[in-house]
Design a protein around this ligand. Structure first.
Ligand SMILES: [Zn+2]
Length: 190
C-alpha cells in the first residue's frame, strides 16, 4: 500500500524497516523503489479503498532502539579508526535492527581484544557527554549526519538528537565474516 505521506521508514542503507500498524492491520515490511514511492507491506489484504483516510502507528519502542543503535554505530566507527588506525575501514555497509548493529571491518591481524574493550569505553565516554547530533538533507536530497568532534558522514538513517539518549552500549566481536575481516557488533546495554 502506498500513502500520500508516511512516517514509516523503509528498509535501506542497512537499516531495518519500521513495523507497526495502519488502520488496525499490521505492517510487516516497508520498501522503497526507484520511483521513491514507499510501499507498506501489510500482513493481510488491505481492507482500504483508494482515497480513504487511514491512520498509521509505528512501533516506537523498536524504532527508538534502532535510532539509538544507529547513532551509536557512527560513534563506534570513528572510535574504531582512532584505535585501530585509518586502514581499519568497513568492508561493507553495516546492518542494523533493534537488537544489534553489525559492521565488517578489514583487519590484517587478529583484533586486539584489549583495544576493542577500550573502543567500547571511549565510545561510552563520548556518548555520556551529551553531544548534539544533527541530520539534514542537501539540495539533491542526500542526507547527512554530524556530531562533534567527528566529521560529517553521509547517512540516510534515523538518529537520536543527543548522544545521551543512546545510553550505555556494548562493543563485541561477532562471527568472523571471512578472511581478512572482522565483524564488530554494537548492542544496547539496557
Ligand atoms: Zn548511518
Amino acid at each position: 500500500m502506498v500513502l500520500d505521506q508516511t512516517c514509516f521508514y523503509p528498509r535501506g542503507g542497512g537499516q531495518a524497516a519500521d513495523t507497526g500498524e495502519i488502520g488496525g492491520v499490521r505492517v510487516v515490511g516497508v520498501e522503497k523503489d526507484d520511483s521513491s514511492d514507499i510501499f507498506h507491506i501489510l500482513e493481510r489484504d488491505a481492507p482500504f479503498r483508494t482515497g480513504e483516510k487511514v491512520h498509521g502507528t509505528i512501533d516506537w519502542p523498536r524504532r527508538h532502539r534502532i535510532m539509538r543503535l544507529h547513532s551509536a554505530a557512527h560513534i563506534v566507527y570513528y572510535v574504531m579508526q582512532q584505535f585501530f588506525g585509518e586502514e581499519c575501514k568497513p568492508a561493507s555497509s553495516g546492518l542494523l535492527d533493534d537488537q544489534k548493529e553489525r559492521t565488517d571491518y578489514w583487519f590484517t591481524d587478529k583484533p586486539d581484544m584489549e583495544k576493542l574493550k577500550r573502543v567500547e569505553e571511549e565510545a561510552n565516554r563520548i556518548i555520556s557527554e551529551g553531544r548534539v547530533i544533527t541530520t539534514w538533507s542537501d539540495e539533491e536530497e542526500r542526507r547527512f549526519w554530524k556530531m562533534d568532534p567527528f566529521p560529517v558522514m553521509a547517512c540516510g538513517g534515523t538518529h537520536v538528537k543527543n548522544s545521551q539518549e543512546i545510553g550505555r552500549i556494548r562493543v563485541d566481536r561477532g562471527k568472523k565474516p571471512g578472511k581478512g575481516k572482522e565483524r564488530i557488533e554494537v548492542s544496547l546495554v539496557e
